[in-house]
Design a protein. Structure first.
Length: 393
């Protein structure tokens, strides 16, 4: 593996400020490995395809996208484990591309042999590629253009800009979320932040669908972040959302939602509910019930003072927050997906021992497959899983 000095020289020579240089920088960093046929993939917004980034320093043809559910690259992405296959020209290695703790894509390389040291070096290259993309993501549209595989509505584009990374995966706590329909979502959003010993989570469902709903959701998420960064309590955040939406829209627009705080050391979950469907508690790979909290009216409709509920999670527990578009999805015969079907599906998926990001992706795809027409409403999910501190396991 090249030394930090070698990589630093490559960064200066190639130009870190140029987003198109990411594949070229990875190629340069891999020279000492004898690596060939190097491809950096990013996952698309629907989490269905791994899309190759072109290396504009060469004239090599860009390969076709790889299916997340149907390829070795996809298997690497979903499991976050490196995969190898022996070929005539050497060993093909697929390694996760991770920005911090967020799965971003996959690195595919061919190396002369598949020993442990070379595979570990390829994994470090995957981390390197992820850090490069994370560093440049807010200064370029290059990665987003590859992640969007078809036209996206203005409302959906606004919603995606509100989101944090879809996955945060740490040893003690994980968060994974999805929005659908990905290219036409109009009113759903979620947010989270890891602030020392507290994981903070919010889910928002603005009234209606389209540009106006996107504007309501943007104001709600902005208000939540502002209050959260002021170190407000859940009750104060709830009050801020109510007063802001009421003052701006005068009761003509509103949003339902939930705000939660998870204490990472103890597993204590505190949360408030503004007219939103109750989340599901997952324990021992099955849904054991709904988490109950007396709801207020939605934010913007004189929600009033919130009631805060508390639940003590056990190590390995998960909590699934979702919008009503999930349970309202209809089959061709008009039968809704429903809460009971959702609970059964979540239990089935979680029993397979999947990582949170893959579990959410599987559940959302099942909801989309259930209906044959467009969703009547946005369908979004956020799964929080607490693994517990070492002393709690």
């Amino acid at each position: 593996m090249p030394s930090p000095v070698d990589i630093g020289a490559g960064l200066r020579a190639t130009g870190l400020s140029d987003p198109a240089s990411v594949p070229a920088l990875v190629v340069a960093a891999a020279e000492d490995l004898g690596a060939t046929d190097i491809v950096v993939y990013v996952v698309d917004v629907e989490q269905l395809w791994l899309v190759p980034l072109p290396d504009e320093s060469t004239h090599v043809a860009v390969p076709e996208p790889e299916g997340v559910a149907t390829s070795m690259a996809g298997r690497t992405f979903t499991t976050q484990l490196s995969m190898t296959v022996e070929r005539d020209e050497g060993t093909r290695v697929w390694a996760p591309v991770v920005a911090g703790s967020t799965p971003t894509g996959v690195l595919a390389v061919t190396v002369p042999r598949g020993d442990d040291d070379l595979v570990r070096a390829c994994e470090q290259l995957g981390l390197f590629a992820g850090l490069l993309m994370a560093a440049q993501d807010r200064t370029t549209d290059a990665f987003r253009r590859h992640q969007q595989r078809k036209p996206m509505s203005l409302a959906a584009s606004m919603q995606w800009e509100l989101l944090p990374p879809l996955v945060l995966d740490l040893p003690d706590v994980s968060v994974a979320g999805m929005l659908e329909p990905a290219y036409d979502v109009g009113g759903d959003a979620f947010d989270y932040a890891l602030n020392g010993p507290i994981l903070e989570v919010a889910i928002v469902d603005a009234m209606g669908h389209g540009l106006r709903s996107a504007m309501v959701a943007a104001l709600a998420v902005g208000t939540y972040r502002h209050a959260r960064r002021e170190a407000s309590t859940l009750l104060h955040m709830h009050a801020a959302l109510e007063s802001t939406l009421s003052a701006r829209f005068g009761g003509e627009a509103f949003a339902t939602g939930q705000l939660a705080q998870l204490e990472r050391q103890t597993g204590t979950l505190n949360w408030v509910n503004a007219g939103h469907p109750p989340p599901l508690l997952i324990r021992d790979s099955r849904v054991v019930g709904e988490l109950q909290c007396p709801p207020t009216l939605p934010w913007g409709l004189d929600a009033g003072e919130a009631h805060m509920a508390t639940e003590t999670l056990e190590p390995g527990d998960g909590v699934l927050f979702f919008t009503d578009g999930v349970t309202d999805a209809q089959a061709p015969d008009g039968v809704e997906f429903g809460a009971e079907r959702l609970a059964d599906l979540v239990g089935q998926v979680m029993s397979e021992g999947l990582r949170p990001g893959d579990a959410v992706r599987r559940v959302v795809r099942a909801v989309l497959d259930y209906k044959t027409t467009e969703l009547r409403d946005d369908a979004s999910m956020v799964l929080v899983r607490w693994q517990g501190t070492p002393s709690a396991r």
